[in-house]
Ligand binder design. Structure first.
Ligand code: ACO
Length: 321
């Protein structure tokens, strides 16, 4: 059995924060943000709007798109680093909202690579016959974790959710997935607090995402460059076979560098960073849904998905849409 993408959906919060808005409260410029990152604006969740709220909206659209109801879904896997609660997990909260009962529902923590991790896990459930119709989500509200006084990170991160419904089929579908991690890089990109750290920094009110951007940049380009080539090699296919690159949207310069490794013109890369910013685990499914909905990505085409995030974690998927 194989897993095929039967439907997609996405959701972005209503509030839009432009670079000009940021200029008003942090020492930055539209020019710096656009030239260094490619970001022009981003969507920010409301004060009471949670990751599950965003995920629910994306999930409902994906279910409609795939023509499935709550009774059809037999697995929910959510990639997120920003759960509403410590427990129940976002998958379970989502399950209740969607009136789905009894099937496994869980979240995976892999930062920006969370969706690729979730997709890979769900694909294996479907391929082994353990699930026939899986919901895979990437959803994050990183805006709630950044220090809005830190110009080096607050201009980058944003909120959103993307959803994919996988169905069991005889033909692939998701042809292969490739996951990696290396915890030696933990200090280059992290949120340095949590439950068993006692939320001491959160209580003191001085915590945000910490990133050594320059160093992350270098490792990201090299690692993703190797990952896309690994994905092609594992499937014995040449670069020219890829119809669309659907990359993690962290920085336009990283995206362009990976497209170059694949000899792909930018016209065959789905770029949403200008309007989405870095939405962490939501970034790849948001871009996938955008490309499908505006008609660029067509049934039967070959897609290469990739993402890289804190940990470091990184992953790719070769997909026949
Ligand atoms: N506005 C104006 N100036 C700024 C800003 C800002 N928002 N932020 C930093 N600067 C300044 C710095 O202080 C520095 O000034 P200095 O030269 O006087 O010291 C200068 O700009 C250059 O800073 P760099 O950090 O060297 O800038 P760089 O060109 O590397 O761009 C960026 C920074 C955009 C963060 C880039 O390094 C990057 O994209 N890194 C990778 C991010 C990534 O891929 N993350 C992984 C995924 S995210 C996840 O997993 C959650």
């Amino acid at each position: 059995m194989h897993a095929r993408i039967a439907g997609t959906g996405s959701y972005l919060p209503e509030k839009i924060l432009t670079n000009a808005d940021l200029e008003k409260f942090v020492d930055t410029t539209d020019e710096w943000i656009r030239t260094r990152t490619g970001i022009e604006s981003r969507h920010i969740a409301g004060e009471d709007e949670t990751t599950t709220d965003l995920a629910e909206k994306a999930a409902r659209i994906a279910m409609l798109d795939a023509g499935v109801g709550p009774e059809d879904i037999d697995l929910i896997v959510v990639g997120t680093a920003t759960p509403d609660l410590v427990f129940p997990n976002v998958g379970t909260l989502l399950q209740a909202r969607l009136d789905i009962h009894g099937c496994p529902a869980f979240s995976v923590e892999a930062a920006c690579a969370g969706f690729l991790y979730a997709l890979s896990i769900a694909e294996k459930f479907v391929a082994t016959g353990s699930a026939r119709c899986a919901m895979v989500i990437g959803a994050d509200t990183l805006s709630k974790m950044v220090d809005w006084k830190d110009r080096s990170t607050c201009v980058l991160f944003a909120d959103g959710a993307g959803a994919v419904i996988l169905k069991a089929t005889e033909e692939p579908g998701i042809i292969s997935t490739h996951l990696h991690a290396d915890g030696r890089y933990k200090d280059l990109l992290l949120y340095p607090d949590g439950v068993s750290k006692g939320f001491k920094k959160v209580r003191a009110g001085n915590v945000g995402v910490i990133m050594k951007g320059n160093e992350v940049y270098k490792v990201a380009v090299n690692t993703l460059g190797a990952l896309v080539l690994e994905t092609l090699k594992a499937n014995h296919i040449g670069k020219e076979k890829i119809d669309w690159l659907i990359p993690h949207q962290a920085n336009i310069r990283i995206i362009e560098a990976i497209a170059k490794r694949l000899d792909l013109p930018m016209e065959r890369v789905i770029v949403t960073i200008q309007h989405h910013g870095n939405t962490s685990a939501a970034s790849v499914p948001l871009a996938l849904d955008a490309g499908i909905r505006d008609g660029r990505i067509k049934r039967g085409q070959l897609l290469l998905l990739e993402a890289f995030g804190g940990g470091f974690t990184w992953g790719s998927a070769l997909v026949r849409y």
